[in-house]
Design a protein around this ligand. Structure first.
Ligand code: UDX
Ligand code: ADP
Length: 476
């Protein structure tokens, strides 16, 4: 069957919408993809001639943008026009946790989804397949459907001449940042939920261009929405499990990497997502678990809610525990001391800092009165300043007008005259630090706090550096 889709619109040009439409455009040259966003600055960055200025950093993205942009892939803020022209619309907008009102701190704020649904309802023409791509609470499709239906009735009543119709599908995106292009090109599975078999077939046909049919799973819409939430919850749970054991290893002189390896070699457990670190960050894990907790409480499943909530408790505890260790090792006070921070993104190979453990850890260190030199290869100064600033934390120390944190342009710059260096993100370039030079630049006794388990202890000791490594009880 020829695919009836000629034009696709994606609302939301973020970390999900941008890369996923780029890969689809690359694999379906006969379809026109219009990625729209209300944030004009973001659209201008996507259209930037200098590909280094793309709004997000993802390995492999630049190459595909160069190939498809302005051929069958367009970025614009012409939202209404592109909704009207589209046969299929992906909703890929942000879905943060509510900060006020009912469900604050747990439920997902659906205001962006709702506003999208209203825009679609008003401007779509003919039959349109609406696809949820953002991670959403279970039954969001029902909300979208009810908004779309209400507009159909209001605008057109029984006048069939102008009638518009919609099919709603859930097609959650499982890409991880930093490996987005690879994940999109070689997905473990594609999940499509819905009750309109024709619409499912049409979307399936787009994926069949590069994904094996066995990997395309179709379900009802609620199972699809729930599966995405649960996949993220399971992944986050593994990280909290291994992080809880990292503390036990430190107390018992065991080594977390060896324990993780031995445990992960059991094929029933598997080796992935067993790296202990400063806790998980990113836009999804915390938000999705909070949402799961909210849903369970809503349905009276309080034990289930408490069980999952502990995954987040351990995650925050891990970060606070690291801060206490740092302060204790530096003679119980870091007031006035300079500390280098290596890595601010929530993981390597992305410029995203949403929920990055670095934010919480840096804030707590600043509250203790130290001065931070922060280096990250991809995160901008503006982003770091935005993340650290709040009402209690201005960048200037009022007493002596010295900056409380500054952003350094290299590892060496960051390390100069510091008492400690803390590795918070596992960027490749941190694996081969010149420890001799670092020791020479630091104020003795120099300390390295390695929250990603990447420094060779013997090498650090050889150059006279003190070292603390996560989950390592046998440091000498
Ligand atoms: C996650 C899911 O992996 C992805 O499927 C979903 O679509 C979105 O959420 P992402 O948040 O981009 O992706 O990155 P991920 O690789 O899952 O890492 C999340 C966090 O966990 C990072 O802070 C990372 O450093 C941490 N992590 C990951 C660990 O601490 N240890 C691990 O073993 C793996
Ligand atoms: P994600 O990681 O889920 O992709 P992002 O925050 O990176 O989330 O991207 C979501 C994008 O959606 C943002 O650029 C935001 O401006 C855009 N957006 C949100 N609501 C709308 C809307 N109603 N119309 C157009 N764009 C929207």
């Amino acid at each position: 069957m020829a695919n009836p889709i000629k034009k696709v619109c994606c609302i939301g040009a973020g970390y999900v919408g941008g890369p996923s439409m780029t890969v689809m455009a690359d694999r379906s040259p006969e379809i026109e993809f219009n990625v729209v966003d209300k944030n004009l600055k973001r659209i201008e960055s996507w259209n930037s001639l200098d590909l280094n200025n793309l709004p997000i950093y993802e390995p492999g993205l630049m190459k595909l943008i160069k190939k498809c942009r302005n051929k069958n892939l367009y970025f614009s803020n012409e939202i209404e026009k592109n909704i009207a022209l589209a046969d299929m619309i992906f909703i890929s907008v942000n879905t943060p946790t509510k900060t006020t009102g009912l469900g604050a701190g747990q439920a997902i704020d659906l205001k962006w989804i709702e506003s999208c649904a209203r825009q679609i309802a008003m401007h779509a023409k003919g039959h349109t397949i609406v696809v949820e791509k953002s991670t959403l609470p279970v039954k969001t499709a029902q909300t979208i459907k009810s908004i779309l239906d209400s507009y159909i009735k209001k605008d057109f009543g029984d006048n069939n001449k102008n009638s518009k119709t919609f099919s709603i599908l859930s097609n959650p995106e499982f890409l991880a940042e930093g490996t987005a292009i690879e994940d999109l090109l070689k997905p473990d599975r594609i999940l499509i939920g819905g009750d309109d078999n024709n619409a499912i077939e049409v979307l399936k046909n787009i994926y069949l261009k590069w994904v094996n049919e066995q990997k395309i799973l179709t379900t009802d819409i609620w199972s699809s929405e729930l599966s995405k939430l649960i996949a993220n919850a399971f992944l986050a749970q593994r990280i909290s499990s291994i992080n809880s054991i990292s503390a036990l290893c430190e107390s018992t002189e065991a080594n977390i990497s060896d324990v993780a390896k031995a445990v992960g070699m059991d094929s029933r457990i598997g080796k992935y997502f067993l790296k202990s670190g400063p806790g998980f960050g990113g836009s999804c894990f915390k938000k999705d678990i909070l949402n799961l907790v909210y849903i369970c409480n809503y349905y009276g499943l309080f034990e289930v809610a408490n069980y999952w909530e502990k995954v987040i408790t351990i995650n925050s505890w891990q970060q606070n525990r690291i801060v206490s260790i740092i302060v204790n090792k530096l003679y119980g006070t870091i007031s006035g001391k300079k500390i280098a921070i290596l890595g601010f993104a929530f993981k390597a190979n992305t410029n995203d800092t949403r929920e990055s453990p670095a934010i919480n850890i840096c804030r707590k260190l600043l509250e203790e009165g130290c001065i931070l030199n922060i280096y990250d290869p991809k995160v901008s100064i503006e982003q770091i300043d935005n993340d650290l600033k709040n009402e209690d934390l201005s960048n200037l120390n009022e007493l002596n007008n010295e900056k409380k944190w500054q952003v350094s342009s290299s590892i060496i710059d960051a390390v100069r005259k510091t008492d400690a260096l803390i590795i918070l993100t596992d960027w490749n370039e941190f694996y081969n630090l010149d420890l001799e030079e670092i020791n020479n630049l630091m104020r003795p006794p120099g300390w390295i706090f390695d929250t990603r388990n990447i420094i060779n202890i013997k090498q650090a000791n050889k150059y006279g550096l003190n070292i603390w490594k996560i989950g390592n009880g046998n440091l000498m």
